[in-house]
Design a protein around this ligand. Structure first.
Ligand SMILES: [Zn+2]
Length: 377
């Protein structure tokens, strides 16, 4: 982790976050690489699937999406199914499916598998949530003034998938306080979010190149801007600004700026929607985030010289199968931390989201159900 966040930058030429940002970007090399992969490997054959094919067609269409019951291969395939239609309708050619899968393999490999929370599973979960919101909005479009075009919807789905790309499982605070080069490169401002958007947009270029003919350069530029703004909106330091924005959000205003605001609100809602998932799903995310915070605290102690190394001993149970009742018995402070997040951040935000974006008002209703459980336990 110290290498990745760049604490060794001065000494060794690691593949650290800052080195990746500063390395010149070569579109031809990246495009050739992705094309080479998609021409050489049949990516679908590399995926192991444990369920009947029909299972995957519907597993992502419910709000109770069970990301923890899917393997990384299955999550890759789910992401492919969500992105396939919007991608192929603009960028279709004979090798499209395999190119999209090659892109998804690249993205999943650039999420850090060892992170308890900020990993590819979280990325696909946020992608699924965003897709769910867009589908609900589309179904209510007669009562809703702001309409996303199909390329805009595709851009928002991409933003959801890439919004935490390369996350080091530390916080902006750690990066800034440790005086890392990556923090300096972004002037201590939304360091992680700037890193994610910068890296992800580079990864998207070869994919979107193929859409240039049908979409046109201007639309691709708009999509790129939407991806950037939506990812930057996930910085929790800006949370209260978005709560304030919701006070004067005009759901009849179809301007570009207002569309960007709505898109940002949807990605942001998806990003913190763990607390609004049905309780038995919500608890799994709560536990994994708790694990990551434990590691962040340990890393801070190592950096400050209070501990010699990371002592990651795991949580002692299987997050995939644990129930909420078992979890509150075994994890001290779980209900308290959930209550804190709900009271400080989620409650007022999702209440206003429901008031302004009616079709996704169900988020606040489920949040209230979960809140009552954590309060009682
Ligand atoms: Zn996230």
């Amino acid at each position: 982790m110290k290498a990745w966040i760049g604490l060794y930058d001065d000494q060794i030429n690691f593949n650290s976050m800052s080195n990746l940002i500063e390395r010149p970007y070569d579109l031809k090399v990246t495009t050739d690489y992705l094309n080479f992969l998609s021409e050489t490997l049949q990516h679908h054959e590399l995926l192991t699937q444990n369920h009947h094919p029909s299972f995957y067609d519907t597993c992502f269409t419910t709000w109770d999406f069970q990301a923890y019951s899917l393997t990384i291969d299955e999550l890759t395939y789910t992401a492919y199914l969500i992105l396939r239609n919007p991608y192929e309708s603009y960028c279709g050619n004979k090798n499209t499916a395999n190119l999209l899968l090659a892109f998804l393999f690249f993205i999943r490999d650039n999420y850090r598998l060892g992170n308890p929370f900020h990993n590819f599973r979280h990325a696909v979960d946020v992608l699924q949530a965003t897709n769910f919101f867009l589908t609900v909005l589309e179904a209510h479009k007669s009562e809703w003034s702001i309409q996303f075009s199909a390329p805009e919807r595709f851009a928002l789905l991409l933003a959801a998938l890439g919004h935490d790309l390369g996350h080091p499982a530390t916080t902006n605070q750690v990066l800034i306080q440790s005086d890392t080069r990556i923090a300096k490169l972004f002037h201590n401002e939304s360091v992680l979010e700037n890193y994610h958007q910068s890296q992800f947009r580079k990864a998207c270029v070869p994919l979107l190149e193929g859409c240039k003919l049908s979409l046109g350069e201007e639309t691709i530029e708009y999509m790129d801007k939407l991806i950037t703004r939506a990812i930057l909106a996930t910085d929790m330091a800006k949370h209260d600004d978005y709560v304030k924005e919701l006070d004067h959000f005009d759901n009849k205003d179809d301007s570009w700026e207002n569309k960007v605001m709505l898109g940002s609100l949807l990605i942001k809602s998806a990003d913190i929607s763990n607390v609004c998932r049905p309780l038995q799903t919500s608890v799994k995310w709560a536990l994994s985030l708790g694990e990551e915070f434990k590691q962040v605290n340990q890393l801070s102690r190592v950096i400050q010289g209070e501990a010699s190394c990371l002592d990651v001993d795991g949580c002692g149970f299987d997050i995939k199968t644990i129930t909420a009742d078992e979890a509150v018995k075994r994890v001290k402070g779980l209900s308290g931390s959930q209550m804190f997040f709900i009271n400080r951040f989620a409650s007022v935000f999702f209440k206003k989201v429901g008031e302004n974006i009616g079709p996704i008002g169900f988020l606040y209703e489920q949040l209230e159900v979960n809140r009552r459980y954590w309060e009682a336990n």
